[in-house]
Design a protein around this ligand. Structure first.
Ligand SMILES: Cc1ncc(COP(=O)(O)O)c(C=O)c1O
Length: 524
């Protein structure tokens, strides 16, 4: 056995089967250096002629040295970005069970429509007379959102769910101010998405938490109505409730909640990010909601990767509608028209929340999704999302521990009771899932259950794909109970990088590449 082979077998044994290779690559997973590390001074992907000499007008302030960009050929750059894209796990690559985030398939038809030159090449400063089609699209999207929610008005400009929350609370504050009834507190259930209390605090309100009914009690995982009633008072501006909530449960006392909030003179804000579970079946207006944001990226399939661009329209009840942010589209005798300035019908607006009209590309995608599904298709989407989550719940309930009994909505919540005394944490479990080729589920959220594992399969996964996922989760749970903690702690083992020190990564992030001396000298 050669020296290399011996070293290799030693390493194989130490790494539990993962052998080092001569190249450092693993199969077709190719190690990728930073572009700066691939720098070859003088190399270039373009061949430009020498610029003609020009008289400098910078008075000696011009840069003397090279600007320090790496020298790279076109094939190097193409390979670099292609390899990086291949390291990226995405909904187009496989099941993406991240609860609360709704990583659903983005139909290619949406993309085709968004790329039509008539939409893609629009300029936001074009005269209104040249964009009747765009205005009609915005007006039609508004019509769909109002119809699906039963609400009379919609603000389309907010750029994401959290921005929609800001919009909703600003309209509520404006309505209270107009009433001469400035209030100071906002109530937020413990199971709320973190953006809810953050938005309320950013608007200057005092945030107070409402507990959820504890495990094993009646209506567990849902808002404790008695605790809510005890907190309501004449200085409460609003309740911010997520429904379906982040435990994946429908708040079935919602009519009583709405009545209590209104009896206290407060507004009922609903985080409608999970509208994908009820679209076509429940109209938020019928639940007594005054303002609700919808994440187009979660419900209407616009892309939700890499942080954006999102879109979070807010539907408003009649009392809040006059305060909606500009601009909005109206339909009159002259067709669709834009209301852009305060005054007249917009005398009470809170003003602008965003440049221009919002995320036009997302409007095109969302409306395409709505029209290609139709009203019955959207209803089917919600039903299938709920069916898929419940399929997982039932198939996994004896292997993992379901946090709350009974039917769930679009996502199913497990706690870490099934890992008790195994030495395996939810984090280890999630890392082991990566080795099996799956993006982990959402972990440790919501905070109302211990060691939460929140899974949202979405409606677009087939039964075969769910069954495969179930087999993997059941297998991992069995291994955890079989005393395999050591292997769990060392997962992931088949990724380009092993487990990172997440605390160090958060506390001492290395965000900037610094050239070594050789590079610095070359750059100077
Ligand atoms: C329940 C809930 N509320 C609010 C948000 C915030 O939405 P965004 O990320 O678009 O700001 C999310 C995001 O997924 C969510 O799940």
């Amino acid at each position: 056995m050669s020296e290399w082979s011996q070293a290799l077998s030693r390493h194989v044994a130490a790494e539990g089967g993962a052998a080092p290779t001569i190249s450092g690559n693993r199969g077709l997973q190719i190690e990728e250096a930073l572009l700066f590390e691939q720098d070859s001074p003088g190399r270039s992907g373009v061949d430009l002629p020498e610029p003609p000499p020009v008289k400098t007008r910078l008075g000696g302030l011009e840069r003397q040295g090279a600007i320090g960009l790496p020298g790279l050929s076109e094939p190097q750059i193409v390979r670099h970005y292609t390899r990086l894209s291949q390291k990226n796990y995405a909904i187009d690559a496989g099941l993406y069970p991240l609860g609360s985030c709704t990583m659903k398939h983005n139909p290619r038809l949406n993309e085709k429509m968004a790329r039509l030159p008539g939409f893609a090449d629009l300029h936001p400063l074009q005269p209104e007379s040249t964009v009747p089609g765009a205005l009609e699209l915005i007006g039609t999207l508004a019509h769909w959102l109002k119809t699906l929610t039963g609400m009379p008005a919609v603000a389309l400009s907010p750029a994401a769910g959290a921005h929609g929350e800001l919009c909703g609370l600003m309209t509520i504050r404006a309505a209270l101010t107009a009433r001469g009834d400035a209030r100071k507190r906002i109530l937020v259930p413990e199971s709320a998405h973190g953006t809810n209390p953050a938005t309320a605090a950013a608007c200057g309100y005092t945030v107070e938490a409402i507990p959820a009914n504890a495990k094993g009690t009646e209506n567990q995982g849902r808002v404790d109505l008695a605790a809510l009633k005890a907190k309501l008072g004449s200085d409460v501006a609003a309740l911010m409730l997520t429904n379906p909530n982040t435990c994946g449960l429908f708040e079935d006392e919602i009519l009583d909640i709405a009545a209590a909030v209104h009896a206290a003179g407060a507004f009922f804000y609903c985080d409608g990010a999970n509208f994908n579970a009820i679209v076509g079946r429940v109209r938020p207006a019928d639940l007594g909601i005054d303002a609700l944001h919808i994440n187009l990226h979660k419900t209407f399939s616009t892309p939700h990767g890499g942080g954006g661009p999102g879109s979070g329209p807010v539907v408003l009840a009649a009392e809040l509608a006059p305060y909606a942010p500009l601009p909005w589209v109206v339909h009159g005798p002259n067709g669709f028209e834009l209301v852009e300035h305060a005054g007249g019908s917009a005398q009470h607006t809170i003003g602008r929340l965003k440049g221009f009209h919002g995320q036009m590309g997302m409007f095109v995608r969302a409306l395409t999704y709505m029209m290609s599904h139709g009203a019955d298709g959207l209803r089917q989407v919600a039903e299938d999302a709920v069916l898929n989550a419940n399929y997982l719940r039932v198939k996994l309930q004896d292997a993992l521990s379901v946090a709350f009994p009974g039917i769930c909505m679009h996502e199913v919540l497990f706690d870490d009771a099934f890992l008790k005394d195994t030495g395996v944490t939810p984090l280890d479990f999630a890392k082991a899932l990566i080795d099996e080729g799956y993006h982990p589920m959402t972990m440790y959220f919501p905070l109302v259950v211990h060691g939460a594992l929140l899974i949202e399969p979405t409606e677009t996964e087939s039964k075969a794909s769910l069954d495969q996922f179930v087999d993997v989760l059941r297998g991992l749970a069995q291994r955890a109970r079989g005393g395999d903690a050591e292997n769990f702690r060392s997962a992931p083992r088949f990724t380009p990088r092993r487990r990172l020190d997440e605390t160090a990564a958060a506390r001492k992030p290395v965000l900037r590449w610094r050239p070594d001396t050789e590079h610095r000298e070359a750059a100077e």
